[in-house]
Write a protein that binds this ligand. Structure first.
Ligand code: CMC
Length: 431
């Protein structure tokens, strides 16, 4: 009887075969370890978009896309959303356990005391065009942290890695707020250490020198919750980018800057900005039907932004929480946004449409988040920046995990070459 933990793959044309072990994690399907496949059979595997490929082992986040389950370090997202805070979740992602009160106090103290940007870094912003997209500024500013903290950083040293994590989580809101303020011509604000993480960020965004800021605590609570929901999401495109860059030994700031650029695309984190623009374009509930028709038209590249997910094929648990929260936050802030009506009509129309049902396309995390950001006064161009602030906790947790994993190798996929066969160079007059 064959070993149930082995998958045998036979290439009948060459009669070469490979016995491939099955690897199981704590949860989720077992994976076929194809590490010896090329040596045994002379073949690579082909999986564009990585639909069937696990690129790493990881103990940080688990998703069951069929059941709509998302766990950070084993804790269901619903429980964390209800009971935790973003900073506590960041600690959890980084350290694997929820902090005891004293551990959290130390972590919060460390974060709070690394929030300032180097004064020289502020000069960077002056070089940007006044209407530069904040994601462009964010990526450049985070990459430039390498220039400020490079010499004293040894990626092989756990203490240095931890310090980089603290710096990144601490400085991200400061840099993000600076991007926004530069774009509207306001002076940059220093972080106020007497405030907690999210409130401090909102102050840096909206406080003007001339008068005190009246902050509605509902806004800080809502943003904190959105940050929890965005903090990590397994091996998504930006996290995989961070890991790929990290696998070369690049420093964490360069690795996270690469993650930011990957996040920016509208198929990924840029969808939250795209959703709001699309809802505005649709304009009224009456136009929803024609938008759904366009999204189904295979001759039209138009897609419903905020719909569909590579992994979730039942529902996105984050979207469920955000949808509920959206109604609550708008009511508590006294905001009446007609776009919410358009969004609800769009969701209703798509959920009963065969095209969306057959393809298991449901609203994702980005569908309702933009309406909340808008209600908080955050401009549309900053939406993906919000996502990046939160995801920094996940990115750096993955970067650290990668460096703590013995035997990590540089990421180096192969290809199916479809170009010209070998040919000889011809001089110009003979071509
Ligand atoms: N509107 C219309 N049709 C869609 C949509 C959509 N939003 N999403 C997927 N489809 C169709 C697609 O055309 C394809 O149809 P067919 O089988 O007939 O060719 C089928 O559904 C499968 O789509 P896919 O592109 O192969 O799926 P994927 O897993 O490669 O892509 C996705 C996932 C999220 C990129 C895609 O659903 C999409 O582009 N959604 C809109 C952008 C968006 O909301 N992105 C945020 C994702 S969640 C947050 C994050 O990752 O940051």
């Amino acid at each position: 009887m064959s070993d149930p933990k082995i998958v045998k793959l036979v290439d009948e044309s060459s009669n070469r075969s490979s016995e491939l072990p099955l690897i199981s994690g704590t949860l989720g399907p077992a994976c076929i370890d194809i590490g010896t496949l090329y040596k045994d059979t002379g073949h690579f595997t082909y999986d564009p978009g990585y639909g069937s490929t696990a690129s790493t082992k990881s103990a940080i986040t688990y998703i069951d896309g069929d059941q709509g389950v998302l766990l950070y370090r084993g804790y269901p997202i619903e429980q964390l959303a209800e009971k935790s805070s973003f900073l506590e979740v960041a600690y959890l992602l980084l350290n694997g356990e929820l902090p005891k009160p004293a551990e959290f106090a130390t972590f919060e103290h460390d974060i709070t005391h690394h929030t300032m940007m180097h004064e020289a870094q502020k000069n960077f912003f002056q070089g940007f065009h006044h209407d530069a997209h904040p994601m462009a500024m964010l990526a450049a500013a985070v990459a430039s942290l390498s220039a400020f903290y490079h010499d004293d950083l040894d990626v092989e040293n756990p203490a240095d890695r931890k310090m980089a994590a603290i710096r990144l989580i601490a400085k991200m809101p400061t840099i993000a707020a600076a991007c926004y303020r530069y774009s509207i011509g306001w002076p940059m604000r220093y972080p106020r250490n007497n405030l907690e993480y999210v409130t401090r960020f909102l102050h840096m965004m909206f406080e003007v020198p001339s008068e005190p800021l009246q902050m509605n605590p509902v806004a800080a609570k809502a943003l904190d919750l959105l940050f929890i929901l965005h903090a990590d999401h397994e091996q998504n495109a930006s996290t995989s980018t961070v890991r790929l860059v990290g696998s070369t030994g690049a420093n964490p700031y360069a690795s996270i800057a690469a993650g930011i650029t990957a996040l920016w695309g509208p198929a990924h984190g840029g969808a939250n900005e795209a959703v709001l623009k699309q809802l505005k374009e649709i304009g009224t509930p009456d136009n929803v039907e024609s938008a759904v028709l366009r999204a189904k038209d295979k001759n039209d590249s138009f897609r419903l932004m905020g719909f569909g997910h590579r992994v979730y094929k039942n529902f996105d648990p984050r979207a469920k929480i955000i949808r509920e929260m959206c109604h609550k936050v708008l009511a508590e802030l006294g905001v009446n946004d007609p776009l919410l009506e358009v969004a609800m009509k769009l969701e209703e129309a798509a959920l009963k449409d065969d095209y969306f049902v057959e393809r298991k396309l449901y609203p994702n995390v980005d569908f309702y988040s933009g309406i909340i950001y808008k209600a908080l006064g955050i401009p549309t161009e900053m939406f993906t920046v919000m996502f990046a602030i939160a995801r920094t906790a996940g990115w750096i947790a993955h970067w650290i995990e990668q460096h703590e994993t013995p035997g990590s190798r540089i990421g180096r996929p192969r290809q199916i070459y479809t170009g010209a066969d070998v040919r000889n160079y011809m001089p110009g007059d003979k071509r």
